[in-house]
Design a protein around this ligand. Structure first.
Ligand code: KIV
Ligand code: ZN
Length: 527
């Protein structure tokens, strides 16, 4: 009998920390439902203390899905209380608390004398704080996970002491993160094996691994961790995450699946839902999947060279170690057209992983009709992009209602726009150096604010002459960058949507800062 590996998906927490990724509460709920369909075991839904929007997303997800929902908390009472409040009404819940354990982190974050004068004293303080906070979390919730942040660079003897204390205080899952993506597979596996040997109460907890991809080794390290005793793996769809990202869920799951001959492990993931999940996350987060990405990239199953094609025609196994169908990639592409009814759209959306309410379906159908008027054939990817573009956007955001742009040879480019926010119309017009410049000037005038544009990019995201064009705009404000995305068959309209979307990101950031439960500077403070 093969042993089960618990899949802990952190797309909605660590994944959302990806630069440029930002999901609305409704988008997070939709992704959570799809992760349930994928049959993950645990979803880490967010970091509730960090903002009201994070709190609300975790609370809604926890009420929505039937699998374990984890909420992240630093080893601080205020965080743990907030994590608990966000999940307590859910069916299955977990508090996930963490302390920093490497000397780099201890010196960097616990520099103040109140944590101890020497490194030795500070290390003791961290053990005591971890113990107390796991105990507090346990008084609220049966299922408590403890992470030793930067365990990859933490001294093994000290790490063993921290882990033992956390288990004694009640943690039932011990997570060993390679926070900086520093370790090598052999070294990381050795750490897990040694913890199993050295920590005397280790049999009371499940060991988990959580690897970052700074050296491109997150998946290799995770698998090495599993081979050496870890039974939970933390990962994200498309490998999304801070900096170079986290270990990719689809790569770990398929590695265990394809190499059953080598590993005596299995997961309960429904692999046929992998592709839909990947596309949904990419559509909502705006982070594109590189074409050569393993398992879910556009080229993952493409065979270009003649020798490969010939080999494939004779016997697929010549060059294929898994079938596209096994991960949900289907070759049939044309789906709907303007005469397809609501019912046809609804069932296609369901097949693509979207479970919409009546109101959401109405919105989706309206967008679909507009799209089908412009495009004769609507492909799966058009639908996915349409869903990622506007269906789950909030009416409290700036939404483009109308635009008209005139430009031509020897003509002065002019643009007029009407934008709606919370039911209020904001209109204006302007000229510019070109059509896009005129459009952005008109938007600035209508909103009464200017934004510094850092970058502007256009690309085609679906195929054919009537392909959807995607524009991405990055603006700079408040010392931060905000990236917005817009999609349309008309790239000028896509530009307006992308610019407004970057402004909406900026507004969301400012609102979160204003309404935060705690001072944002405190979030980066020691735990
Ligand atoms: O990378 C990391 O250390 C983390 C912890 C909070 C688990 O994300
Ligand atoms: Zn992480």
């Amino acid at each position: 009998m093969s042993e089960k590996i618990i899949i802990f998906d952190t797309t909605l927490r660590d994944g959302e920390q990806s630069p440029g990724a930002s999901l609305t509460v409704m988008e997070k709920v939709e992704i959570a439902r799809q992760l349930e369909k994928l049959n993950c075991d645990v979803i880490e839904a967010g970091f509730p203390v960090s903002s009201p929007a994070q709190f609300e997303a975790v609370k809604r997800i926890s009420g929505e899905v039937g699998i374990v929902v984890a909420a992240l908390a630093r080893a601080k009472e205020i965080d743990i209380k907030s994590a608990w409040d966000s999940i307590k009404e859910g069916e299955k819940k977990r508090i996930h608390t963490f302390s920093s354990t490497s000397d780099y982190h201890i010196i960097g974050k616990f520099g103040h004398e109140r944590y101890g004068k020497t490194l030795e004293e500070k290390r003791k303080t961290v053990i005591q704080m971890s113990y107390d906070m796991v105990q507090y979390a346990k008084s609220l919730c049966d299922d408590v996970e403890f992470s030793a942040e930067d365990a990859g660079r933490t001294d093994l003897v000290y790490l063993s002491e921290v882990v033992e204390a956390a288990i004694e205080a009640g943690a039932t899952t011990i997570n060993i993160p390679d926070t900086t993506g520093y370790t090598m597979p052999k070294e990381f596996g050795y750490k897990i094996a040694e913890l199993k040997k050295r920590v005397k109460n280790i049999d009371k907890a499940i060991i988990s691994v959580h690897c970052h991809n700074d050296l491109g080794l997150a998946v290799a390290n995770s698998i090495s961790g599993i081979e050496n005793g870890a039974r939970q793996v933390e990962c994200t769809i498309n490998g999304l995450g801070e900096r170079a990202g986290n270990a990719s869920l689809e790569e770990i799951v398929m590695a265990l699946n394809v190499r059953k001959d080598l590993f005596n492990f299995h997961t309960d993931v429904r692999t046929k839902e992998i592709y839909n999940t990947s596309r949904m996350v990419s559509g909502f987060s705006g982070i594109i999947v590189q074409p050569n990405k393993a398992i879910v990239g556009e080229n993952a199953f493409a065979h270009e060279s003649g020798i490969h094609q010939d080999g494939m025609l004779k016997n697929r196994e010549t060059y294929e170690i898994m079938t596209p169908e096994s991960v949900g990639v289907n070759k049939t592409k044309i789906v709907l057209g303007r005469h397809s009814g609501r019912h046809g759209l609804k069932s296609r959306l369901y097949e693509l992983g979207y479970n919409l309410s009546e109101e959401e379906l109405n919105k989706a159908y309206e967008s679909f009709i507009k799209l089908a008027d412009k495009k004769k054939e609507v492909f799966d990817d058009d639908i996915r992009i349409m869903m990622g573009d506007e269906i789950f956007k909030d009416s409290s955001h700036y939404i483009l209602d109308y635009m008209q742009v005139n430009s031509g040879t020897n003509a002065l480019p002019t643009a007029a726009v009407r934008i709606i926010k919370n039911g209020t119309e904001l209109s204006d017009s302007a000229t510019g150096d070109g059509p896009v410049d005129a459009l952005f000037n008109a938007i600035d005038r209508a909103l009464g604010m200017e934004s510094l544009i850092e970058s502007y990019r256009v690309r085609s995201v679906t195929s054919g002459r009537q392909a959807l064009g995607e524009v991405s705009v990055r603006i700079r404000a408040e010392g931060k960058s905000f990236t917005g995305r817009g999609v349309s068959t008309d790239i000028i309209e896509a530009s307006a949507k992308a610019y407004l979307s970057s402004i909406n990101q900026r507004e969301m950031y400012n609102a979160e800062k204003k309404n935060s439960f705690i001072n944002q500077d405190e979030l980066t403070e020691a735990v």
